[in-house]
Design a protein around this ligand. Sequence first.
Ligand code: MF3
Ligand code: CO
Length: 248
Amino acid sequence: MVVVKTPREISRMRDAGRIVAEVLAVLREKVCEGVTTLELNRIAESEAAKRKAKTAFKGYSGYPYSLCCSVNEQVVHGMPGDRSLVAGDILSIDFGVIYKEFYGDAAVTLPVGRVSAVAQRLMTVTEESLYRAIDCMTVAHRLSDVSNAVQSHVEMHGFSVVRDFVGHGIGRALHESPQVPNFGQPGRGMRLKPGIVLAIEPMINELGPDVKVLDDGWTAVTTDGGLSAHFEHTVAVTDNGPLVLTTL
Ligand code: MF3
Ligand code: CO
């Protein structure tokens, strides 16, 4: 069952989303050669605490960290550790909080130093696909239009859409109905209406779409070793069109 939010609830979700954006903005400045992903996790935790927000992922289904750090061929749910980033890496950081009873959830993929042309193109196309999907968060669209916007943009550029993970409704729970796949025919599924809030999160691979989860039980990687990128925003449908909640 899809939970429709009132304008008041959406403005509270905006507060949670702003905190997520602020923490990601701090992290973005810290991503460089030599930093470890565990340091980034610590920074995320202290920045959230400063803002009186509780981090969303720690303890979620037993996940032990507040941040997901997925490097290169890691797709999502990479666990922070003492791995130092090196120039040429691409790092996806995914972060969420709960603040005043509502969740916010967002992710970005960032270059570490100079990266290859294909790595840069993958990041750009993935982020573009997120914004194409956001453009579909209006009352004129159905749910699968959001999915199709990602898929069509990504495949036009020769990259592939991960099928095994999807976006999601979000509100008083981190994961609410509906699921938001990043692929599908347009014009299917529920009509979008004001008050629907979705975390839209394209996970896009350089080569094939297949992924597997490592023995740590969390880290999803591409099976072919190709690069992967991930961008995510929490977005509300309003009478005035899409409202991105996870921005500064
Ligand atoms: N953005 C991801 C999601 O919505 C992050 C979840 S990590 C987990 O699923 F540890 F909380 F599962
Ligand atoms: Co999410």
